[in-house]
Ligand binder design. Structure first.
Ligand code: URQ
Ligand code: ZN
Ligand code: ZN
Length: 465
Protein backbone atom coordinates (compact mmCIF):
# COMPACT_ATOMS: atom_id res chain seq x y z
CA UNK A 1 0.00 0.00 0.00
CA UNK A 2 1.43 3.39 -1.03
CA UNK A 3 0.17 6.55 0.59
CA UNK A 4 1.07 10.10 -0.36
CA UNK A 5 0.37 12.85 2.19
CA UNK A 6 0.46 15.98 0.06
CA UNK A 7 0.55 19.72 0.63
CA UNK A 8 1.16 19.80 4.36
CA UNK A 9 3.75 21.29 6.69
CA UNK A 10 5.90 18.59 8.24
CA UNK A 11 6.60 19.28 11.92
CA UNK A 12 9.45 17.49 13.64
CA UNK A 13 10.94 18.29 17.04
CA UNK A 14 13.75 20.28 15.37
CA UNK A 15 11.88 22.19 12.64
CA UNK A 16 8.74 22.67 10.58
CA UNK A 17 8.94 22.73 6.79
CA UNK A 18 6.74 22.37 3.73
CA UNK A 19 6.95 18.82 2.38
CA UNK A 20 4.99 15.89 1.06
CA UNK A 21 5.41 12.50 2.72
CA UNK A 22 5.39 9.23 0.78
CA UNK A 23 4.80 5.94 2.60
CA UNK A 24 5.29 2.49 1.15
CA UNK A 25 4.12 -0.39 3.34
CA UNK A 26 4.84 0.47 6.97
CA UNK A 27 7.74 2.85 6.31
CA UNK A 28 8.23 6.45 5.23
CA UNK A 29 10.15 6.31 1.95
CA UNK A 30 10.34 9.95 0.87
CA UNK A 31 9.93 13.42 2.38
CA UNK A 32 10.13 16.42 0.07
CA UNK A 33 8.27 18.91 -2.11
CA UNK A 34 6.17 17.88 -5.13
CA UNK A 35 6.60 14.15 -4.63
CA UNK A 36 5.20 11.84 -7.27
CA UNK A 37 3.35 8.69 -6.38
CA UNK A 38 2.14 5.68 -8.36
CA UNK A 39 -1.39 5.92 -9.74
CA UNK A 40 -2.46 3.29 -7.22
CA UNK A 41 -1.37 5.44 -4.28
CA UNK A 42 -3.86 6.69 -1.73
CA UNK A 43 -3.50 10.49 -1.62
CA UNK A 44 -4.26 12.45 1.54
CA UNK A 45 -4.65 16.18 1.10
CA UNK A 46 -2.84 17.86 3.99
CA UNK A 47 -3.16 21.41 2.68
CA UNK A 48 -3.27 23.92 5.55
CA UNK A 49 -2.47 21.16 8.05
CA UNK A 50 0.52 19.87 9.96
CA UNK A 51 2.04 16.45 9.30
CA UNK A 52 3.52 15.19 12.55
CA UNK A 53 4.99 11.99 14.00
CA UNK A 54 2.32 9.76 15.51
CA UNK A 55 1.92 10.41 19.22
CA UNK A 56 3.66 8.16 21.74
CA UNK A 57 1.93 7.80 25.12
CA UNK A 58 4.59 6.41 27.49
CA UNK A 59 2.13 5.69 30.29
CA UNK A 60 -1.05 3.62 29.86
CA UNK A 61 -2.73 0.73 31.65
CA UNK A 62 -4.92 -1.30 29.35
CA UNK A 63 -6.54 -4.46 30.73
CA UNK A 64 -5.00 -3.78 34.14
CA UNK A 65 -6.13 -5.93 37.09
CA UNK A 66 -6.04 -3.38 39.94
CA UNK A 67 -7.71 -2.76 43.31
CA UNK A 68 -9.96 -5.80 42.95
CA UNK A 69 -11.17 -5.15 39.42
CA UNK A 70 -9.90 -4.81 35.81
CA UNK A 71 -9.81 -1.64 33.74
CA UNK A 72 -12.62 -1.11 31.25
CA UNK A 73 -10.31 -0.51 28.29
CA UNK A 74 -8.49 -3.55 27.03
CA UNK A 75 -5.61 -3.40 24.56
CA UNK A 76 -7.91 -3.23 21.54
CA UNK A 77 -10.30 -0.56 22.74
CA UNK A 78 -7.55 1.44 24.43
CA UNK A 79 -5.14 1.51 21.50
CA UNK A 80 -8.05 2.15 19.09
CA UNK A 81 -9.06 5.16 21.15
CA UNK A 82 -5.45 6.34 21.04
CA UNK A 83 -5.43 6.13 17.23
CA UNK A 84 -8.53 8.33 17.13
CA UNK A 85 -6.57 10.95 19.05
CA UNK A 86 -3.37 10.72 16.98
CA UNK A 87 -1.46 8.42 19.36
CA UNK A 88 0.03 5.53 17.38
CA UNK A 89 2.24 3.92 20.04
CA UNK A 90 1.67 3.25 23.73
CA UNK A 91 4.13 2.09 26.38
CA UNK A 92 2.11 0.10 28.88
CA UNK A 93 3.12 -1.74 32.06
CA UNK A 94 3.60 -5.34 33.06
CA UNK A 95 2.84 -5.28 36.79
CA UNK A 96 3.69 -8.62 38.43
CA UNK A 97 1.92 -9.37 41.70
CA UNK A 98 4.40 -9.63 44.58
CA UNK A 99 6.13 -13.03 44.37
CA UNK A 100 4.87 -13.52 40.80
CA UNK A 101 7.56 -14.62 38.35
CA UNK A 102 8.42 -11.69 36.07
CA UNK A 103 8.56 -13.76 32.90
CA UNK A 104 5.15 -15.33 33.63
CA UNK A 105 3.66 -11.88 34.14
CA UNK A 106 5.34 -10.59 30.97
CA UNK A 107 3.89 -13.46 28.94
CA UNK A 108 0.43 -12.77 30.37
CA UNK A 109 0.56 -9.13 29.34
CA UNK A 110 1.89 -10.03 25.88
CA UNK A 111 -1.15 -12.28 25.46
CA UNK A 112 -3.52 -9.49 26.47
CA UNK A 113 -1.76 -7.01 24.20
CA UNK A 114 -1.99 -9.21 21.09
CA UNK A 115 -5.41 -7.60 20.49
CA UNK A 116 -3.89 -4.12 20.13
CA UNK A 117 -4.89 -2.01 17.15
CA UNK A 118 -1.79 0.17 17.49
CA UNK A 119 1.85 -0.48 18.35
CA UNK A 120 2.77 -1.14 21.98
CA UNK A 121 5.71 -1.77 24.25
CA UNK A 122 6.12 -2.52 27.97
CA UNK A 123 7.79 -1.12 31.04
CA UNK A 124 8.04 -3.92 33.62
CA UNK A 125 7.27 -3.12 37.26
CA UNK A 126 9.53 -4.45 40.02
CA UNK A 127 7.10 -5.10 42.86
CA UNK A 128 9.25 -7.49 44.92
CA UNK A 129 12.82 -8.74 45.06
CA UNK A 130 14.84 -11.90 45.18
CA UNK A 131 17.54 -13.48 43.04
CA UNK A 132 14.99 -14.60 40.45
CA UNK A 133 13.92 -10.98 39.91
CA UNK A 134 17.57 -10.04 39.36
CA UNK A 135 17.88 -12.89 36.85
CA UNK A 136 14.60 -12.21 35.06
CA UNK A 137 15.34 -8.52 34.59
CA UNK A 138 18.33 -9.66 32.56
CA UNK A 139 16.23 -12.04 30.49
CA UNK A 140 13.66 -9.31 29.81
CA UNK A 141 16.36 -6.92 28.55
CA UNK A 142 18.28 -9.55 26.59
CA UNK A 143 15.37 -11.44 25.02
CA UNK A 144 12.23 -9.34 25.19
CA UNK A 145 13.03 -5.76 24.27
CA UNK A 146 12.47 -4.29 27.72
CA UNK A 147 14.70 -1.33 28.64
CA UNK A 148 12.73 0.30 31.47
CA UNK A 149 11.71 -0.93 34.90
CA UNK A 150 8.93 0.74 36.92
CA UNK A 151 8.83 1.15 40.69
CA UNK A 152 5.68 2.08 42.57
CA UNK A 153 6.76 3.93 45.70
CA UNK A 154 3.05 4.10 46.63
CA UNK A 155 0.39 1.39 47.13
CA UNK A 156 1.53 -0.07 50.47
CA UNK A 157 0.38 -3.66 51.10
CA UNK A 158 0.04 -4.11 47.33
CA UNK A 159 2.73 -3.32 44.75
CA UNK A 160 4.87 -0.81 46.66
CA UNK A 161 8.65 -1.16 46.30
CA UNK A 162 10.59 -0.47 49.51
CA UNK A 163 14.03 1.13 49.56
CA UNK A 164 15.83 -2.22 49.41
CA UNK A 165 13.95 -3.10 46.22
CA UNK A 166 14.54 0.36 44.77
CA UNK A 167 18.28 0.23 45.40
CA UNK A 168 18.75 -3.33 44.13
CA UNK A 169 16.58 -2.77 41.08
CA UNK A 170 18.15 0.57 40.15
CA UNK A 171 21.59 -1.04 40.43
CA UNK A 172 20.49 -4.00 38.26
CA UNK A 173 18.95 -1.60 35.72
CA UNK A 174 22.29 0.18 35.39
CA UNK A 175 24.11 -3.10 34.81
CA UNK A 176 21.65 -3.98 32.07
CA UNK A 177 21.53 -0.60 30.34
CA UNK A 178 17.90 -0.09 31.34
CA UNK A 179 16.28 3.02 32.84
CA UNK A 180 14.47 2.93 36.19
CA UNK A 181 11.14 4.80 36.37
CA UNK A 182 9.12 5.62 39.47
CA UNK A 183 5.63 6.44 40.63
CA UNK A 184 6.81 8.90 43.29
CA UNK A 185 4.53 9.00 46.32
CA UNK A 186 5.52 7.91 49.82
CA UNK A 187 3.20 4.95 50.26
CA UNK A 188 3.67 4.80 54.03
CA UNK A 189 2.62 8.44 54.47
CA UNK A 190 -0.37 7.91 52.14
CA UNK A 191 -1.44 4.90 54.18
CA UNK A 192 -1.21 6.70 57.52
CA UNK A 193 -3.04 9.79 56.22
CA UNK A 194 -5.75 7.54 54.78
CA UNK A 195 -6.22 5.85 58.16
CA UNK A 196 -6.36 9.24 59.91
CA UNK A 197 -9.09 10.44 57.56
CA UNK A 198 -11.12 7.25 57.87
CA UNK A 199 -10.87 7.41 61.67
CA UNK A 200 -12.39 10.92 61.44
CA UNK A 201 -15.23 9.51 59.35
CA UNK A 202 -14.08 11.43 56.28
CA UNK A 203 -14.80 8.59 53.88
CA UNK A 204 -15.78 10.52 50.72
CA UNK A 205 -13.66 11.14 47.59
CA UNK A 206 -12.84 14.64 48.86
CA UNK A 207 -10.42 12.88 51.22
CA UNK A 208 -8.41 11.43 48.34
CA UNK A 209 -6.28 14.54 47.73
CA UNK A 210 -5.99 15.13 51.47
CA UNK A 211 -4.27 11.74 51.82
CA UNK A 212 -1.74 12.53 49.07
CA UNK A 213 -0.63 16.16 49.41
CA UNK A 214 2.23 17.47 47.22
CA UNK A 215 4.74 16.96 50.04
CA UNK A 216 4.05 13.20 49.95
CA UNK A 217 4.94 13.15 46.27
CA UNK A 218 7.93 15.42 46.65
CA UNK A 219 9.46 13.24 49.37
CA UNK A 220 9.40 10.24 47.05
CA UNK A 221 10.64 12.21 44.06
CA UNK A 222 13.57 13.51 46.08
CA UNK A 223 14.30 10.01 47.41
CA UNK A 224 14.22 8.41 43.96
CA UNK A 225 16.49 11.15 42.61
CA UNK A 226 18.90 10.72 45.54
CA UNK A 227 19.06 6.95 45.08
CA UNK A 228 19.68 7.40 41.36
CA UNK A 229 22.38 9.97 42.12
CA UNK A 230 24.25 7.74 44.54
CA UNK A 231 24.01 4.73 42.20
CA UNK A 232 24.73 6.86 39.14
CA UNK A 233 21.66 5.72 37.22
CA UNK A 234 19.28 7.87 35.16
CA UNK A 235 15.73 8.03 36.51
CA UNK A 236 12.37 8.88 34.90
CA UNK A 237 9.61 10.17 37.14
CA UNK A 238 6.12 9.40 35.85
CA UNK A 239 3.08 11.65 36.34
CA UNK A 240 4.87 14.57 37.98
CA UNK A 241 1.88 16.48 39.38
CA UNK A 242 3.24 19.23 41.64
CA UNK A 243 5.68 22.12 41.74
CA UNK A 244 7.71 20.53 44.53
CA UNK A 245 8.51 17.44 42.46
CA UNK A 246 9.39 19.62 39.49
CA UNK A 247 11.72 21.63 41.73
CA UNK A 248 13.49 18.42 42.72
CA UNK A 249 13.91 17.43 39.07
CA UNK A 250 15.05 20.90 38.04
CA UNK A 251 17.59 21.05 40.87
CA UNK A 252 19.01 17.63 40.02
CA UNK A 253 19.23 18.45 36.32
CA UNK A 254 20.95 21.75 37.06
CA UNK A 255 23.69 19.67 38.72
CA UNK A 256 24.01 17.50 35.65
CA UNK A 257 22.02 14.54 36.91
CA UNK A 258 20.13 12.61 34.26
CA UNK A 259 16.53 12.90 35.50
CA UNK A 260 13.47 12.96 33.25
CA UNK A 261 9.91 13.98 34.09
CA UNK A 262 6.50 13.16 32.64
CA UNK A 263 3.36 15.30 32.83
CA UNK A 264 -0.15 13.94 32.36
CA UNK A 265 -2.57 15.86 30.13
CA UNK A 266 -5.06 15.73 33.00
CA UNK A 267 -2.69 17.25 35.54
CA UNK A 268 -1.96 20.05 33.07
CA UNK A 269 -5.55 21.34 32.82
CA UNK A 270 -7.73 19.89 35.61
CA UNK A 271 -7.63 21.15 39.21
CA UNK A 272 -8.51 19.69 42.59
CA UNK A 273 -11.92 21.40 42.76
CA UNK A 274 -13.33 18.31 41.04
CA UNK A 275 -13.12 16.47 44.37
CA UNK A 276 -15.49 18.97 46.04
CA UNK A 277 -18.43 17.85 43.91
CA UNK A 278 -21.42 16.46 45.83
CA UNK A 279 -21.85 13.99 42.99
CA UNK A 280 -19.95 10.87 44.11
CA UNK A 281 -19.61 9.50 40.57
CA UNK A 282 -18.14 12.78 39.34
CA UNK A 283 -15.66 13.14 42.18
CA UNK A 284 -14.75 9.44 42.20
CA UNK A 285 -14.34 9.55 38.40
CA UNK A 286 -11.42 11.91 39.02
CA UNK A 287 -9.77 9.70 41.66
CA UNK A 288 -6.33 8.90 40.40
CA UNK A 289 -2.89 9.12 41.96
CA UNK A 290 -1.27 11.55 42.28
CA UNK A 291 -4.51 13.54 42.50
CA UNK A 292 -5.40 16.61 40.48
CA UNK A 293 -3.83 19.63 42.13
CA UNK A 294 -4.47 23.37 42.50
CA UNK A 295 -3.93 25.70 39.56
CA UNK A 296 -0.54 26.79 40.98
CA UNK A 297 0.79 23.33 40.23
CA UNK A 298 -0.63 23.31 36.71
CA UNK A 299 1.29 26.51 35.98
CA UNK A 300 4.43 24.87 37.31
CA UNK A 301 3.94 21.84 35.05
CA UNK A 302 3.53 24.03 31.98
CA UNK A 303 6.67 25.92 33.02
CA UNK A 304 8.39 22.54 33.31
CA UNK A 305 7.39 21.50 29.81
CA UNK A 306 8.36 24.86 28.32
CA UNK A 307 11.69 24.95 30.14
CA UNK A 308 12.66 21.39 29.21
CA UNK A 309 12.63 20.12 32.78
CA UNK A 310 9.61 17.97 32.00
CA UNK A 311 10.04 15.91 28.87
CA UNK A 312 6.98 13.91 27.94
CA UNK A 313 3.22 14.13 28.14
CA UNK A 314 1.23 10.99 28.89
CA UNK A 315 -2.20 10.00 30.18
CA UNK A 316 -1.89 7.12 32.65
CA UNK A 317 -4.98 5.84 30.84
CA UNK A 318 -6.60 3.53 33.37
CA UNK A 319 -10.38 3.55 32.97
CA UNK A 320 -12.99 2.33 35.44
CA UNK A 321 -16.75 2.68 35.05
CA UNK A 322 -19.13 4.19 37.63
CA UNK A 323 -20.01 0.79 39.05
CA UNK A 324 -16.36 -0.03 39.57
CA UNK A 325 -15.65 3.35 41.18
CA UNK A 326 -18.67 2.78 43.50
CA UNK A 327 -16.63 0.12 45.33
CA UNK A 328 -15.37 3.08 47.31
CA UNK A 329 -18.79 4.58 48.03
CA UNK A 330 -18.24 4.31 51.78
CA UNK A 331 -14.45 4.28 51.85
CA UNK A 332 -12.49 6.49 49.45
CA UNK A 333 -9.42 4.26 49.75
CA UNK A 334 -11.36 1.57 47.89
CA UNK A 335 -12.15 3.70 44.83
CA UNK A 336 -10.13 2.17 41.96
CA UNK A 337 -7.48 4.74 41.11
CA UNK A 338 -7.36 5.78 37.49
CA UNK A 339 -8.73 8.04 34.76
CA UNK A 340 -8.75 7.98 30.96
CA UNK A 341 -7.25 10.33 28.38
CA UNK A 342 -5.40 8.38 25.68
CA UNK A 343 -7.84 9.73 23.06
CA UNK A 344 -7.64 13.34 24.17
CA UNK A 345 -4.02 13.92 25.21
CA UNK A 346 -2.70 15.45 22.01
CA UNK A 347 -5.66 17.76 21.38
CA UNK A 348 -5.68 18.91 25.01
CA UNK A 349 -1.93 19.63 24.99
CA UNK A 350 -2.23 21.42 21.61
CA UNK A 351 -5.24 23.48 22.69
CA UNK A 352 -3.85 24.45 26.10
CA UNK A 353 -0.20 24.56 25.04
CA UNK A 354 0.19 25.63 21.41
CA UNK A 355 -2.95 27.80 21.04
CA UNK A 356 -1.87 29.79 24.11
CA UNK A 357 1.66 30.32 22.78
CA UNK A 358 3.21 28.13 25.46
CA UNK A 359 4.56 25.54 23.05
CA UNK A 360 5.59 25.85 19.42
CA UNK A 361 4.37 23.10 17.08
CA UNK A 362 7.85 21.59 17.18
CA UNK A 363 7.89 21.64 20.98
CA UNK A 364 4.47 19.98 20.88
CA UNK A 365 5.95 17.18 18.77
CA UNK A 366 8.86 16.95 21.16
CA UNK A 367 6.66 16.41 24.23
CA UNK A 368 4.00 14.22 22.60
CA UNK A 369 6.28 11.93 20.62
CA UNK A 370 9.99 12.59 20.07
CA UNK A 371 11.23 12.79 23.66
CA UNK A 372 9.43 9.57 24.59
CA UNK A 373 10.99 7.87 21.57
CA UNK A 374 14.47 9.09 22.51
CA UNK A 375 14.23 8.46 26.26
CA UNK A 376 12.92 4.92 25.71
CA UNK A 377 15.25 4.22 22.78
CA UNK A 378 12.95 3.73 19.82
CA UNK A 379 14.09 6.87 17.95
CA UNK A 380 14.34 7.36 14.96
CA UNK A 381 12.10 4.36 14.24
CA UNK A 382 9.43 6.37 16.04
CA UNK A 383 9.12 10.05 16.89
CA UNK A 384 10.14 11.68 13.60
CA UNK A 385 8.93 12.20 10.03
CA UNK A 386 11.97 10.95 8.14
CA UNK A 387 12.88 8.37 5.52
CA UNK A 388 13.15 4.96 7.14
CA UNK A 389 10.94 5.78 10.09
CA UNK A 390 7.74 3.87 10.75
CA UNK A 391 4.82 5.35 8.82
CA UNK A 392 3.09 6.51 12.00
CA UNK A 393 1.76 9.93 11.09
CA UNK A 394 -0.93 12.27 12.31
CA UNK A 395 -2.32 14.92 9.93
CA UNK A 396 -3.25 17.72 12.28
CA UNK A 397 -5.96 20.28 11.48
CA UNK A 398 -5.18 23.38 13.55
CA UNK A 399 -8.57 24.88 12.71
CA UNK A 400 -10.60 21.79 13.51
CA UNK A 401 -12.59 21.73 16.74
CA UNK A 402 -14.10 19.00 18.89
CA UNK A 403 -16.02 19.00 22.15
CA UNK A 404 -14.74 16.16 24.28
CA UNK A 405 -17.41 13.94 25.81
CA UNK A 406 -17.85 10.44 27.16
CA UNK A 407 -20.92 10.30 24.93
CA UNK A 408 -18.85 10.45 21.77
CA UNK A 409 -15.50 9.01 22.81
CA UNK A 410 -14.21 5.69 21.54
CA UNK A 411 -12.63 4.80 24.90
CA UNK A 412 -14.58 2.73 27.39
CA UNK A 413 -15.51 3.55 30.99
CA UNK A 414 -18.33 5.99 30.30
CA UNK A 415 -16.48 8.92 31.87
CA UNK A 416 -14.12 11.60 30.64
CA UNK A 417 -12.15 13.96 32.87
CA UNK A 418 -12.08 16.46 29.96
CA UNK A 419 -15.91 16.33 29.61
CA UNK A 420 -17.29 19.36 27.79
CA UNK A 421 -13.90 20.84 26.92
CA UNK A 422 -13.90 22.20 23.36
CA UNK A 423 -10.47 21.93 21.80
CA UNK A 424 -9.18 23.64 18.67
CA UNK A 425 -6.58 21.58 16.85
CA UNK A 426 -7.47 17.94 16.19
CA UNK A 427 -6.31 15.00 14.09
CA UNK A 428 -7.98 14.85 10.67
CA UNK A 429 -6.16 11.62 9.71
CA UNK A 430 -4.09 9.09 11.61
CA UNK A 431 -1.80 6.73 9.71
CA UNK A 432 -0.40 3.78 11.67
CA UNK A 433 2.14 1.43 10.11
CA UNK A 434 1.25 2.97 6.74
CA UNK A 435 -2.49 2.33 7.03
CA UNK A 436 -5.19 4.99 7.44
CA UNK A 437 -6.79 4.03 10.77
CA UNK A 438 -8.69 7.23 11.52
CA UNK A 439 -10.05 9.90 9.19
CA UNK A 440 -12.58 12.71 9.60
CA UNK A 441 -14.08 11.16 12.71
CA UNK A 442 -14.24 7.62 11.38
CA UNK A 443 -12.17 5.01 13.23
CA UNK A 444 -10.91 2.07 11.14
CA UNK A 445 -8.91 0.36 13.87
CA UNK A 446 -8.16 -3.31 13.27
CA UNK A 447 -7.92 -5.67 16.23
CA UNK A 448 -4.53 -7.34 16.32
CA UNK A 449 -2.91 -4.99 13.78
CA UNK A 450 -0.67 -3.48 16.47
CA UNK A 451 2.91 -4.73 16.87
CA UNK A 452 5.05 -5.24 19.93
CA UNK A 453 7.93 -2.76 19.75
CA UNK A 454 11.24 -3.98 21.18
CA UNK A 455 13.20 -1.32 22.99
CA UNK A 456 16.94 -2.15 23.06
CA UNK A 457 19.16 -1.53 26.07
CA UNK A 458 20.77 1.92 26.10
CA UNK A 459 24.38 0.85 26.31
CA UNK A 460 26.41 -2.31 25.92
CA UNK A 461 25.58 -4.28 29.04
CA UNK A 462 28.53 -4.23 31.44
CA UNK A 463 27.47 -7.49 33.05
CA UNK A 464 26.18 -10.75 31.76
CA UNK A 465 22.40 -10.68 31.62
O1 URQ B 1 -0.61 4.54 39.72
C1 URQ B 1 -0.74 4.27 38.53
O2 URQ B 1 -0.07 4.81 37.67
C2 URQ B 1 -1.75 3.27 38.05
C3 URQ B 1 -2.06 2.22 39.05
C4 URQ B 1 -2.98 4.00 37.54
N1 URQ B 1 -3.75 4.66 38.55
C5 URQ B 1 -3.53 5.93 38.99
O3 URQ B 1 -4.23 6.41 39.84
N2 URQ B 1 -2.54 6.63 38.47
ZN1 ZN C 1 1.33 5.74 38.95
ZN1 ZN D 1 0.18 4.50 35.84
Amino acid sequence: MTTLIRGGTVVNADRAFRADVLCDGDKIVAVGENLEAPASARVIDAGGQYVMPGGIDPHTHMNLPFMGTVTEDDFFTGTAAGLAGGTTTIIDFVIPAPQQNLIDAYRQWRQWAARSAGDYSFHVAITWWDDTVHRDMGILVRDHGVNSFKHFMAYKNAIMADDETLVKSFRRSLELGAIPTVHAENGELVYQLQQDLLRQGLTGPASHPLSRPPAVEAEAANRAIAIANVLNTPVYIVHVSCAESLEAITRARSHGQRVYGEALAGHLVIDESVYQSEDFAYAAGHVMSPPFRSKHHQKALWDGLQSGNLHTTATDHCTFCAEQKAAGKDDFTRIPNGCGGVEDRMAVVWDAGVNTGGLTPSEFVRVTSTNAAQIFNIYPRKGVIAVGADADIVVWDPQGTRTISAKTQFAKGGFNVFEGRTVKGIPSTTVAAGKVVFQHGQLMAVEGAGRHIDRPAFTHSTQGA
